[in-house]
Design a binder for this molecule. Structure first.
Ligand code: DAH
Length: 349
């Protein structure tokens, strides 16, 4: 028996000393201390002994204690080594650059529209909406452009149903809708930013879908100088205090007189450059005094009420403000382009 104990002891100690890792140690633990291991086997055997039970029991106990303490000691060593290794691997190098997470940024077109909205809201204007699928009546007829009128040709319209239903070619129909809704007896101040559509071939300055910002003011004794003052405030806000405005005579069916608003070139300050084509001025909107026919068509008595209206191209404003030379930039959703503008904005903040 004693020899057997010695043999188990030396084999166990040898295996323990040869073990290279935690896995091997756990296997040794099961082999020697498990239920089917040699020590357990000898313990069963012990019960069958007639003599020397006590003495042999003691020997077995010592064996078990020694082996298990050696095993636990080495297991502890490997467990600690494993933790140390893990900690070393997980050390944080604070000099490493962080992971850049791309974040969304407001579209610059949205931004300029919001800017225009906030200037007009500060002057008491409402921001209203209108349908993009529109009736011919609102898009043309109520605006003093009857069927067959040559002014229609200028707006290559997408018709959806037999010349009656169309994709609005301008945001001006919202003027008519707003006046009709107001009922002909209250003043109006509104702007309507929105999508418009024309059968244009897309190129650097044309897009079959673009954004306009329509504006309408109806009140008593409204004059061209009110319109001029309003344009002045808006463009100074958008392009800086030194920005001047001027009117040039123009023609629109729904306004009389009609004008084109120019702003002084903010690049060359009027001296002449490629942006303003050496004229010192840049055209930014169509506008005018609301035609009496339009007021009448929309329920306002032109002998009592007067008004002015205007229309901006939102992309044009954004292109001027951010120095973009291709309208398609807005619609190609190229995140790299957008992030450039986002950065420029942040730099300017
Ligand atoms: N709707 C015009 C266009 O698309 C722009 C415009 C000009 C709107 C004069 C107006 C205005 O309200 O008075 O070309």
């Amino acid at each position: 028996m004693k020899e057997k104990v010695e043999q188990i002891k030396s084999e166990a100690l040898e295996s323990i000393s040869k073990a290279q890792n935690l896995k091997e140690m756990n296997e040794i633990k099961v082999t020697y201390l498990g239920k089917k291991g040699p020590i357990s086997e000898l313990t069963t055997h012990l019960k069958e002994l007639d003599e020397g039970k006590k003495e042999f029991g003691k020997v077995l106990n010592e064996l078990k204690t020694e082996i298990s303490s050696k095993i636990e000691e080495k297991i502890k060593y490997y467990e600690e080594a494993e933790i140390r290794e893990k900690l070393e691997k997980e050390q944080i190098d604070i000099t490493l650059p962080g992971t850049k997470i791309p974040v969304g940024a407001p579209n610059i077109l949205e931004k300029i529209i919001e800017e225009v909205e906030s200037v007009f809201m500060s002057m008491g204007y409402d921001v209203v909406d209108g349908p993009e699928v529109e009736e011919d009546k609102f898009n043309f007829e109520l605006l003093n452009i009857p069927k067959g009128h040559p002014a229609r040709d200028a707006q290559d319209t997408f018709y959806l149903k037999e010349e009656e239903i169309l994709l609005r070619s301008q945001t001006s129909p919202v003027q008519a809708r707003t006046m009709l809704r107001a009922g002909g007896n209250t003043p109006i101040r509104m702007i309507c930013p929105g999508k418009t559509y024309r059968r244009d071939d897309d190129d650097a300055t044309h897009s079959h879908q673009f954004m306009q910002i329509e504006g309408l003011l109806v009140d008593k004794e409204v004059s061209l100088s009110d319109l001029k003052g309003t344009m002045d405030v808006v463009f100074k806000k958008l392009f800086g205090e030194s920005c001047e405005t001027r009117f040039r005579p123009s023609y629109y069916q729904f306004t009389e007189p009609s004008v084109e608003t120019d702003i002084s070139c903010f690049v060359c300050k009027g001296k002449g450059c490629s942006l303003c084509k050496n004229s010192g001025w840049i055209t930014v909107s169509g506008a005018g005094i609301v035609h009496p026919n339009v007021l009448r068509n929309c329920g306002y008595d032109p002998s009592i009420w007067t008004g002015f209206a205007f229309g901006f191209g939102a992309e044009r404003l954004a292109m001027l403000k951010y120095g973009i030379n291709d309208i398609r930039t807005f619609y190609q959703t190229d995140l790299r382009e957008l992030s450039v503008f986002d950065r420029e904005e942040k730099d300017n903040d």
